[in-house]
Design a binder for this molecule. Structure first.
Ligand code: MN
Length: 244
């Protein structure tokens, strides 16, 4: 049995096809998994756990709950879109929250998990914004606002961020190689799995004579995809599965 990793689904009611694909994935490959790890940006955005009254959000959580009830341990690490997801969300979806970064064992290999945005250190403006919104003070103040007001603010932020992305050079929005090296060195491991950049790949790098690997998870736009890891190693797979 393999441990599965997904991220960057950006689920939202306006992309029903991807929502359908995700439900099929939960009923399909995920059912036979050792465990499922969701490494952030499951939702296009998450305004707070009081938004569980929304039918779309409740539906996603119920489907995840069904998976964990079937005996597949399910874990969630927040991304930059859904970092406001908290314990109430976790209970509703039947999953365990993970910090970013997190270290796990996969078939005997210590594996470092991250959403990936903290590795994009060349984007100074984003990192400054991130430290602000991840502070307990900001979180508390923001969650104290009425839900409708939070949603409106998030919409405005997203429009701003889309405009920014069009003018930022592509390299700035990718991970910084030194940040990758530091993360693997600091955590003394040889495997890193992350999402966020939407650039699915398998990178190999040498650190102090050790061969390390960095797996980047695919986003769920035209299609879905996941990473499957077991004793034999990891492989990136398309969802729906590519037919030979
Ligand atoms: Mn992200």
């Amino acid at each position: 049995m393999a441990t599965l990793f997904i991220s960057d689904l950006h689920l939202c009611p306006s992309r029903p096809l991807i929502g359908r694909l995700f439900l099929d994935f939960l009923d399909g490959p995920a059912r036979g998994a050792e465990a499922l790890y969701i490494l952030g940006d499951l939702f296009e955005y998450w305004a707070g756990d009081d938004d569980l009254g929304d039918a779309f959000n409740a539906g996603v959580c119920a489907s995840l709950q069904k998976l964990s009830a079937s005996g597949v341990p399910t874990y969630f690490m927040a991304g930059n879109r859904d970092f406001l997801a908290g314990e109430t969300f976790a209970r509703a979806a039947g999953l365990k929250l993970l910090p970013d970064p997190a270290l796990i064992e996969v078939a005997g290999t210590t594996t470092l998990l991250m959403h990936g945005d903290t590795l994009c250190t060349d984007d100074g403006a984003y990192q400054a914004f991130r430290s602000e919104v991840r502070s307990p003070e900001w979180r508390q103040a923001f969650l104290a606002l009425p839900l409708a007001q939070r949603k409106a603010q998030i919409e405005a932020l997203r429009r701003e961020s889309e405009a920014q992305k069009r003018i930022k050079p592509m390299e700035i929005m990718d991970v910084n190689p030194v940040a990758v090296l530091q993360a693997l060195t600091f955590h003394r491991c040889t495997r890193l799995i992350h999402g966020h950049t939407h650039r699915p790949a398998h990178h190999r790098l040498e650190i102090d004579g050790r061969t390390c690997e960095r797996w980047v998870l695919p986003d769920w736009y035209e299609k879905g995809g996941h990473l499957a890891c077991d004793a034999a190693g990891c492989r990136l797979l398309e969802w729906p599965a590519a037919t030979a």
